[in-house]
Design a protein around this ligand. Sequence first.
Ligand code: PXP
Length: 247
Amino acid sequence: MLRLGVNIDHVATLRQARYRGFDRGEPCPVDAVRQAEDAGAHGITAHLREDRRHILDRDIWAIRDTVQTRLNFEMANTPEMIDIATRLKPEAVCLVPENRAEVTTEGGLDVVGQVDAITEGAATLGQAGVEVSLFIDPDAQQIEATARTGSPFIELHTGAYAEAYGDEARQAAELERLARAAEQAKSLGLSVNAGHGLNYENTRGIFLVPHLNELNIGHSIVSRAITVGLGQAVREMLELMEGYKAG
Ligand code: PXP
């Protein structure tokens, strides 16, 4: 079964658009956790960014207290975040690159260029009982480097595939890259998740990628929630994901 992790960052983005600097505000990420889980989400993902642009420290602790399924904590590999993660004890951490100027996480981690730092971060998290995943582009060298860090999971960055929407040849080429990357990761003993830019139109295309365990989807589910409600938006995505064969 292909699992769905619902990324609730943009619930907080909407709140911060009106309530930055306040200790209250709507919409409430904790309510979103409850609704997503009630609708069948297999996990909740939230990213505490260094600049605290959406999820705040108080949110991540309240989310931790609320999540009944699994909490996947997205974070940069920095001493501050490692310290928070080892106290927060999410079920999983996904290490992502962070660049203050980007609107959202734009590219995968450069694991090749920082194997030692990532190995150290992954070891600290692993010792705290956290399952570690690295968010990487579907690139053979990055996958090979990920295996060397001792991280059990990768999350394949599907952004290039999503951006190719409407250009069939480019989209097919990106799917082929993702499929090759998933095969390589599996052969190296890594488990495979995927995410970024997936929506109600392009998620089924991902069925061509083998060995997937979980999709992490945020923006499109939170956007659809504005018109149909979060529970319905999650159920519709789960329905789209039915029938996936891991291969
Ligand atoms: N996975 C990772 C590692 C991400 O950084 C993001 C974006 O925050 C997502 C998945 C979800 O992307 P989207 O909001 O485009 O669905």
